[in-house]
Ligand binder design. Structure first.
Ligand SMILES: O=C(O)C(=O)C[C@H](O)[C@H](O)COP(=O)(O)O
Length: 213
C-alpha cells in the first residue's frame, strides 16, 4: 500500500466523524464497553494510544465491536507498526513522520496519519506521499489561526488537529477548509472509564459527533 493510497484511506477515515477520540486506556477490561458507548454516541473512528501496557489488548477487544474502526496512536517505531497491526489496528497515528515509519506502514499496508507541526514538516510529508496529516500539537503549535495560515500556501493538505483540542475550541478548527476532523482525549476521561460511566461517555461522544458546523 503506497503512501498515496494510505493517505486516501486516511482521508476517508477522517471524514467519517468530526472527532476521533484519543484513548489512553489503563485497563483492557474497559475497552469493549468504551468502544460500544463511543460508537453508540456516533463516533466510529477510535484511536488507542500505545502509551499504556493495556493498549494492544484494548485494540483487539475494541476492533471486535460492531461499527468501530480502531487505530493505534503514538506509533513511533516499526515495531509499534507491527504490534498495532497484529492487535487488529486498521490505521496508525503518529505525532511525526520518519522514513522508517513510512516504510514500515507501507510494508504492512497499514494506513498512516503522520504528524506535522510546521510548513516544512507538512511539505516533507507531501514529498513522502502523505497529504492527510495530524496537526500536532495543535494548541501549542499555534491553534486554528496557525492552521488557517497554512491553508493558503498548502491548499491540498487536510489536517486532523490534535493536542489541546476540546469541545469548546473544536468548532473553530472544524470550520477551517483544511480540517477534516479533530482528535482529542476529552471524550474518554480516565475517571469516567474507571467508574464505568459508559452512559456519560456516550453523552460526551454524542455531543462531539454533533460538533461539525
Ligand atoms: O499519543 C499520541 O500519539 C499523541 O500524539 C498525543 C495525543 O494526540 C494527545 O495527547 C491528545 O491530546 P489531548 O486531547 O490534548 O490530550
Amino acid at each position: 500500500m503506497t503512501p498515496q493510497s494510505q493517505s486516501a484511506r486516511i482521508r476517508e477515515i477522517c471524514a467519517m466523524a468530526p472527532v476521533i477520540p484519543v484513548i489512553v486506556i489503563k485497563d483492557a477490561a474497559w475497552a469493549e464497553p468504551l468502544a460500544r458507548s463511543l460508537v453508540a454516541g456516533g463516533l466510529a473512528v477510535l484511536e488507542v494510544t500505545l502509551r499504556t501496557p493495556a493498549a494492544l489488548e484494548a485494540i483487539t477487544a475494541m476492533a471486535r465491536v460492531e461499527g468501530a474502526i480502531v487505530g493505534a496512536g503514538t506509533v513511533i517505531t516499526s515495531q509499534d507498526v507491527h504490534r498495532a497491526q497484529a492487535a487488529g489496528a486498521r490505521f496508525a497515528v503518529s505525532p511525526g513522520l520518519t522514513d522508517t515509519l513510512a516504510d514500515a506502514c507501507e510494508d504492512c499496508a497499514l494506513p498512516l496519519l503522520p504528524g506535522a507541526a510546521t510548513a516544512s514538516e507538512a511539505m516533507q510529508a507531501v514529498e513522502a506521499g502523505f497529504d492527510t496529516l495530524k496537526f500536532f500539537p495543535a494548541g501549542p503549535a499555534g491553534g486554528p489561526a496557525y492552521l488557517k495560515a497554512l491553508a493558503g500556501p498548502l491548499p491540498g493538505i487536510r489536517f486532523c488537529p490534535t493536542g489541546g483540542v476540546s469541545a469548546a475550541n473544536a468548532p473553530e478548527y472544524l470550520a477551517l477548509p483544511n480540517v477534516l476532523c479533530v482528535g482529542g482525549s476529552w471524550i474518554a476521561p480516565e475517571e469516567m472509564m474507571r467508574q464505568g460511566d459508559w452512559s456519560g461517555i456516550e453523552a460526551l461522544a454524542r455531543q462531539a459527533a454533533g460538533l461539525r458546523p
